[in-house]
Design a protein around this ligand. Structure first.
Ligand code: FES
Length: 148
């Protein structure tokens, strides 16, 4: 579709206007794709998932980070207090690479996004923050229940 004003538009479309309209449509399509990519992949899951803290020795101390097995998506847990945890999706919000542990935080192997231990994007590629999940910890059983 031609975006020139009606005053500029000839009575009969010319080849130049046809090509301009086709180019605008193609650029518009590319921009729409780029915007969709910017939202990133879904790093979530539905329902609940549980894990036992004693299965992950790194979680015995506050600040410890563990890669959690068995969920439908790759997860990481950070022990944020004696009875609290941060549970994060390891699906990078940029293009879905699986984020790994790096020092006291995380890093994406895809394009180098760096995250602190709360999943906040703090350096490297500006990917956005890692998705976090609400969770509860039962100190009696040592089980963390994560809600997707
Ligand atoms: S996929 Fe993670 S920074 Fe691009």
């Amino acid at each position: 579709m031609c975006t020139c004003s009606p005053a500029d538009r000839p009575a009969d479309p010319t080849r130049r206007h046809f090509l301009a309209a086709a180019t605008l449509a193609a650029v518009g399509g590319l921009l729409a794709s780029a915007c969709q990519t910017g939202f990133g992949p879904s790093g979530g899951f539905s329902g609940t998932f549980t894990f036992k803290v004693t299965d992950y020795p790194a979680l015995a101390t506050v600040g410890g980070i563990a890669l959690i097995d068995g969920a439908s998506i790759p997860l990481a847990a950070v022990r944020s207090g004696t009875s609290s945890f941060i549970v994060l999706s390891r699906v990078c919000p940029h293009q879905g690479f699986t984020i790994g542990v790096a020092g006291s935080g995380f890093q994406c192997p895809g394009h180098g996004a760096q995250f602190d231990n709360q999943g906040t994007n703090v350096g490297g590629f500006p990917a956005g923050s890692m998705q976090s999940f609400s969770n509860t910890y039962d100190a009696g059983t040592g089980v963390v229940t994560v809600t997707g």
